[in-house]
Write a protein that binds this ligand. Structure first.
Ligand code: ZN
Length: 176
């Protein structure tokens, strides 16, 4: 097992568009080792998900959390369903100790290959959809700070102390 170093915002690898993994390469030792190392790294840092570019591998592999279970996605494709958005305070292992509000489609269709090469095709909503979109964004060089409501950006310590900024900024009803 190996715990990998997590790239921090400012490292160019976080801004690259990652390369797809050929389906026939999924079972190779190199890809399986990367997946195992990503699992170990995610467990060590107690994140909700991890994308390969965050561990300096510019390939389209992520681990996301679905109902508290980590699942591996290879070459994932996300299609939003419907017009509902949800607003969530997100953080990222590559943007240490920060939180900010991000709005994302609340329901998505997720298509990908699994770590065994099997086809994954499922619909996700709410937190599961949010985490998966955050992780898949990493594969296109997008970080949550690109999508955040900038005035909600907070150090984790202050976020824990004061809570979400929405009431203060937008009133009790959360209206914008
Ligand atoms: Zn992230």
């Amino acid at each position: 097992m190996a715990i990998l170093k997590v790239a921090q915002i400012g490292h160019p690898i976080l801004r690259r568009v990652a390369d797809p993994i050929p389906v026939e390469a999924i079972g190779t030792p190199a890809v399986q080792q990367l997946i195992q190392d990503m699992r170990d790294t995610l467990e060590e840092y107690d994140g909700a998900g991890l994308a390969a570019p965050q561990v300096h591998a510019s390939v389209r592999v992520v681990i996301t959390e679905v109902n508290d279970e980590p699942i591996v996605l290879i070459n994932p494709v996300i299609t939003p369903i419907g017009d509902d958005y949800c607003r969530t305070y997100e953080g990222c292992l590559s943007v240490k100790n920060m939180r900010a509000a991000v709005e994302r489609p609340a329901e998505i269709r997720l298509q990908a290959y699994g770590e065994d090469g099997g086809v994954i095709d499922m619909e996700l909503e709410d937190f599961n959809a949010v985490v998966t979109q955050h992780e898949c964004d990493h594969l296109d060089g997008i970080l949550y700070v690109d999508r955040m409501d900038p005035r909600t950006l907070a150090f984790l310590e202050e976020y824990r102390r004061w809570g979400p900024m929405d009431d203060f900024l937008y009133g009790e009803e959360g209206e914008e």
